[in-house]
Design a protein around this ligand. Sequence first.
Ligand code: KIV
Ligand code: ZN
Length: 513
Amino acid sequence: MSKSKTIRIFDTTLRDGEQSPGASMNIEEKLRIASQLEKLNVDVIEAGFPIASEGDFEAVRKVAQTIKGPQIAGLCRASVMDIDRAWDALKFAGERARIHTFIATSDIHMERKLKMAPEKVKETAVKAVKHAAAYTSNVEFSCEDAVRTRLDFLAEMVEAVIEAGATTINIPDTVGYAIPFEFYNIIKYLKDNVKNIDKAVLSVHCHNDLGLAVANSLAAIQAGAGQVECTINGIGERAGNCSLEEVVMALRTRQDIMPYTTGLNTEFIYGTSRLLSTITGIVVQPNKAVVGANAFAHEAGIHQHGVLMDKETYEIMTPESIGLNTNKLVLGKHSGRHAFVARLKELGYDLSKDDIEKAFVRFKALADKKKEIFDEDLDAIVADEIIRIPEAVKLLQMNVSSGSFAAPTATVELEVHGKRKKAAMMGDGPVDATFKAIKKLTRMQPRLINFSVGSITGGTDAQGECTVRLDFDGHEVLGQGAHSDIIVASAKAFINALNKGLSAAERSSRVEI
Ligand code: KIV
Ligand code: ZN
C-alpha cells in the first residue's frame, strides 16, 4: 500500500463555529478552547475575524500570543483595510501566522451581493492576496460560494490567486448545497485544469445544510484536497460546519480504503467536545456520531451480548480512542482531591490551583447532598464555578414561595456592578417571579426566547440544569445554571445570560460578513 498522505486539520470553531446562534464566546472562553485545540494538535486554529469587532481582534491577538503549536489564522475580506487589521492581531504568532482572505465568486453573489463584474472580483482578489503576501508567505484564499461558481471561472480565479502568492486555496460550500460526487468532481477539475495547482494546498470547507458536510469533505480529500476545515461538534452558521470529530475519526477508522492520516491526538476529542458544549451551552444531541452520549451505548440485548464476546462485533472504533473512559470512576463524598483532579483532567479540564480549589469546595458540598457524582455533575460545577465570564451581576441569595394558595413571590438579592440590591416580585409562577425580580434589579429587559429545565443525571437528588436563551435587540445569548434547586438553577441561568449579554454589548459594533 502507498504511504499515507497527511491531511491538515484547520479548525474554525472560534470563527465560523462562533457564528452559530447563541454560541458567542468571550476572550477567556476562546483561549480555553484554543488551548484544548492545541492539545488536540490541530494544524491551524482560525481564531476569529479581526476587523469584525474589538472583541474579535483581541481574541485573535491573545490566541496568537498564547498558543504555541498550531498555526493561527484570522479571516479578512479581500480588502487592504481588513488585511492590515488582521495582520496587526496575527503578527504575534510570528512564523505561524496565516492570513485568510476571501471574496465570493458565484454569479449570484457577484451580481446580487457584491455588484461586481467577474473581472473586477478577480482583480480585487489578486490585489488582496498580493497585499497579504507582503506580510507573510502563509496566505489562504477562499472563493466564497465556490460550489455554485462556474467551474471555468473558479479555475481562473484559483490560478490567478496562486500566481499572486496564495499558498492554500479553500473551496467552500458556503450554503451546504453540494453532494459528494459533485465535490469530488470540483476538486478533480481544479487539479486537472489549473496549471499552477501544485504550488498550493487545496482545502475544503463544507456547511451542513443537507447533512452532507462530512461526506463532501471526505469526497474532496479523495479527489486530492490536502486540508479540511471543520469545527468541534460541527457547530457553525445555520446547520453548522463539517464536524471535526466525525471527519477525523472517519479517516482514522477507514484507513483500509482512505490512506490518509492526520496528526491529531484523538484522545482529546471527547474532552474538547464537552468543553465547547459547557462553554456555549449548546448541547450535543445524544445520537451525535462519535461524541454523543449514546455513541458507544449498546442498548439491544443482542448487541450487548456481542460486545461482551468481542467488542469488534458492534464497535468500529474504541471509546478510548476519543478519550472516553468507559470504566468511569463514580465520585462520591469519600473521594479525595486526587481522584477529583484526575477525573477533571480526563474530562479535558486543565484548571489552575485556585480554580481546582473552588471546584473542589463545590464538589464536596454537592457530594453531601447527592450520593454519586457523575461526569455531567462535574461539567456543571466547572461551568458554574470556573467558566464564567466576568460577572457584572452576581446572585447573592434568594428565596421563593409558591404553591397553590398564594401568588408566587421571589425575593432576590444581587450584586450589580459591585452594589448589593434586593427586590421582591410576584409572578405567574416561581420562575416568572424570579426573572421579574432580576430584571427589576438590573434594569435589563431582554426578551426570553426559550427556557428549559432538565436533570443533569438521574435520581431525585440530581442537580437541575436550566438553559435560557435571551434576545438583546437582535443578539441572542444562551445562559446556563445548575443547582439542586431548579428555581435557583433558573435564576443562575438568567443571570449568566445577562452577563453574556453585557459582554456582547461591549462587542456590539460587529461588521457583518
Ligand atoms: O462558508 C464560507 O464560505 C466561509 C468562508 C468565509 C471561508 O466561511
Ligand atoms: Zn463557512
